[in-house]
Design a protein around this ligand. Structure first.
Ligand SMILES: Cc1cc2nc3c(=O)[nH]c(=O)nc-3n(C[C@H](O)[C@H](O)[C@H](O)COP(=O)(O)OP(=O)(O)OC[C@H]3O[C@@H](n4cnc5c(N)ncnc54)[C@H](O)[C@@H]3O)c2cc1C
Length: 253
């Protein structure tokens, strides 16, 4: 049976000219458990029929963690709060509502957590996470979860792509994390702007170069809009020869 929850918006921050971070406090619970990489589905007042009203959003914050994590090593968020990272699409009904109608204190009905775009219990492969825009959300959750719980891993490479530098999400945070989290690397690709230290072009150019030599103990995780994900799946499997099982993805639409 589906459980519906009520969330209250407690904070909203701009993350880029078109993207906002929304913090949602889940009413009536002390902690809201989920697996890093999962999403929630909101029922928004934007249509008559439920398939017109429902939209899914990946949880961008990490799952609640136990005692023993010092605050300098943790994402500061209460155990009954979630962070979402949402882009305003031109003409988009849900994102338009979230950007124009939602304020601090707005109540939002949602169900979840759902989804199987999660990491295995034991991480035995090197992880290459490829995303554009808000597709970074599930990876932010996974990376912080690994860091909080000190989960052994074989190397994590986050490859984030956007058009211009003002679209980079969580840049400072990932740069700092790359310094304090052993085995974590962070690359940014800008497709429409050249900037020193950042790759000029699409995300594909980065993994095509760095992972041209195949290894069976490597898994690619892809997240974002269909065009990027479809292109990456084709490049990895058809052109580069990776096995289907080495490529996992979450499609936003
Ligand atoms: C599992 C899952 C997780 C998701 N997580 C997130 C998330 O964390 N953050 C997030 O921002 N979104 C996420 N999405 C997408 C989200 O559910 C909505 O689809 C998105 O917010 C657009 O809804 P909308 O009502 O604003 O647009 P709609 O009204 O549904 O879309 C119509 C408008 O959007 C435009 N549009 C449609 N697709 C695209 C596209 N691919 N690129 C550009 N424009 C397009 C169309 O031109 C049209 O104008 C996720 C989707 C899924 C399935």
């Amino acid at each position: 049976m589906t459980t519906w929850h009520n969330g209250i918006i407690t904070k909203i921050e701009d993350a880029s000219p078109t993207t906002r971070r929304f913090w949602l406090e889940v009413e009536g619970v002390e902690r809201f458990d989920f697996k890093a990489g999962q999403f929630i589905t909101m029922d928004l007042p934007i249509g008559e029929r439920r398939n017109q009203r429902w939209r899914s959003y990946s949880i961008a914050s990490a799952p609640p963690f136990g005692e023993g994590v010092t605050s300098s090593h943790a994402l500061a968020i209460a155990p009954n709060q979630l962070e979402l990272c949402i882009v305003h699409l031109e003409g988009g009904l849900a994102s338009g509502y979230l950007f124009n109608e939602v304020n601090i204190g707005t109540s939002i009905k949602f169900k979840g957590p759902d989804g199987s775009f999660v990491l295995p219990e034991t991480i035995e492969n090197e992880l290459v996470m490829v995303c554009t825009g808000t597709g970074v959300a599930p990876f932010r959750s996974m990376i912080w979860d690994i860091f909080h719980r000190n989960i052994p891993h074989k190397g994590i490479h986050l490859i984030f792509g956007t058009r211009t530098a003002d679209g980079i999400l969580y840049q400072k945070e990932f740069e700092e994390l790359a310094e304090k989290m052993p085995g974590f690397r962070y690359s940014v690709a800008l497709s429409r702007e050249e900037k020193e230290g950042l790759h000029h072009g699409y995300v594909h150019g980065i993994y095509q170069k760095e992972y041209a030599v195949k290894r069976p103990d490597r898994t690619f995780y892809l997240c974002g809009w269909t065009k990027m994900v479809d292109e990456a799946v084709a490049k990895l499997i058809v052109e580069m020869g990776y096995e289907r099982g080495q490529v996992k993805y979450e499609l936003y639409g």
